[in-house]
Design a protein around this ligand. Structure first.
Ligand code: MG
Length: 416
């Protein structure tokens, strides 16, 4: 019987929102993709879980989903909350049965789960709040007058940065470092400030901007072995025409994918880019359901990139199986702590069409430390290795989590 549902938020490169479910049968942890007011959403849902049997996972999720049907039918904070609650319930069930999640979920196609390193825009640790404003995490030191308080240029307009000088060596160095750590696929952001852009909002890449992005990719490509694959992310910033032009310009580099060239709500734009770009197109981190993924697959999207801390795992499996019917591989989006990353790794183990899982924490100094219950590092040579440990295969080191907690949020039952 479920006795309590608690949350904690870790102030990392994003707000990692963790859920802990305590029941007579044991304890489980889960993780949600960040959202405005997320801990409050989970707190308000918790009466529907208290005194329930934690093993009735899909039935409980259905009742939570019904509760939010009128306020959050297609995604957003409620869905993020459900994904974290679902993960905690699966972890609890696995631990109470003594079985790893990949066993509960149908068994393993593979135990070494390949990760790709998200190398951002070439910079090191960048931390964003839940409104995507840059911040200095408090544990790195108090904000000073030099701390940037303006909104992030990448997400709030600001590609036109006349003073910005592109440091190609920085990109090359980042790529070499990630490859040296054993990652066999790297991803870089191409929605970067550039001195040639004359407008922040028109989604248009002029030829000199495309030339500059080609130089970025060339610098990365030439710094690493042919054995290492490359992908790029445009964060919905382009028009269909510019997305397709970029796809053509980057064809010689044989990228694994261009991610999210056009806005997530624009089906026709996605269809055009897919048709006209010789470089494959990945999308999906802003979609929540198999119904929505069905549309993307019908439009011809070549790589499915759901975020499982948004979709949850029953729906994630449905999305994976649907993609398999289209022969489309899955490269899940993931910006999580070890809790969310392990949950995604277990699903990746159990589906045939898994390609690679994102790791967005290569610059977070305490990422490994958060995981308790394993003797060896979780990530070795660019892979998460799943073993026979029950549930997620790790538990959360709450002492470490407390050290990096978000100070104005509750920490597992303790007031801020
Ligand atoms: Mg992305």
């Amino acid at each position: 019987m479920i006795k309590d549902v608690q949350t904690a938020v870790i102030e990392s490169n994003y707000d990692w929102t963790l859920v802990k479910i305590i029941a007579d049968e044991g304890v489980g942890y889960g993780e949600c993709f960040f959202a405005l007011g997320l801990p409050d959403v989970i707190r308000r849902l918790s009466p529907l879980l208290i005194k329930q049997d934690p093993a009735n996972i899909t039935k409980l999720l259905r009742s939570l989903k019904t509760a939010g049907l009128l306020t959050s039918p297609h995604g957003g904070a409620l869905q993020h909350a459900l994904a974290g609650i679902e993960t905690a319930l699966w972890d609890l069930l696995g631990k109470s049965l003594g079985a790893p999640l990949y066993r509960l979920w149908g068994g393993a196609y593979r135990n070494d789960i390949r990760l790709y390193a998200d190398c951002h825009g070439g910079e090191g640790l960048a931390s964003l709040s839940s409104i995507l404003a840059p911040r200095t995490p408090w544990w790195l030191g108090e904000a000073t007058d030099d701390t940037p308080h303006e909104v992030h240029p990448k997400y709030h307009g600001g590609r036109a940065a006349e003073a910005f000088e592109l440091d190609l060596d920085l990109y090359a160095r980042r790529a070499r470092e990630a490859a040296e750590h054993g990652y066999t696929i790297l991803k870089f952001d191409l929605d970067i400030p550039n001195p040639h852009s004359r407008d922040d909002y028109n989604r248009t890449l002029e030829p000199q901007e495309i030339d500059l992005l080609v130089e970025v990719v060339r610098a990365v490509r030439e710094s690493i072995s042919e054995e290492v694959g490359l992908a790029v992310d445009c964060h919905w910033s382009l028009s269909a025409t510019s997305g397709a032009a970029l796809g053509r310009a980057l064809e010689p580099f044989k990228l694994l994918w261009i991610e999210d060239p056009v806005p997530p709500e624009s089906d026709e734009a996605l269809a055009r880019v897919v048709r006209e770009s010789p470089t494959p197109i990945a999308s999906g981190e802003n979609h929540y359901s198999a119904v929505q993924f069905n549309r993307l697959l019908q439009l011809g999207m070549q790589i499915a990139a759901p975020d499982l801390q948004k979709t949850g795992f029953a729906e994630g499996r449905r999305i994976a199986e649907l993609a398999e019917l289209f022969t489309v591989p899955l490269a899940p989006h993931n910006i999580s702590s070890p809790i969310g990353t392990l949950a995604a790794a277990h699903l990746a183990s159990t589906i045939p069409n898994f390609l690679v899982l994102e790791h967005h924490g290569i610059d977070v100094p305490f990422w490994e430390e958060l995981a308790a219950g394993r003797d060896a590092p979780l990530i070795q040579e660019g892979h998460v290795v799943l073993d026979d440990a029950p549930g997620l295969g790790v538990t959360l080191d709450e002492e470490v989590a407390y050290r990096y907690r978000k100070r104005d949020e509750a920490f597992f039952g303790n007031a801020p």
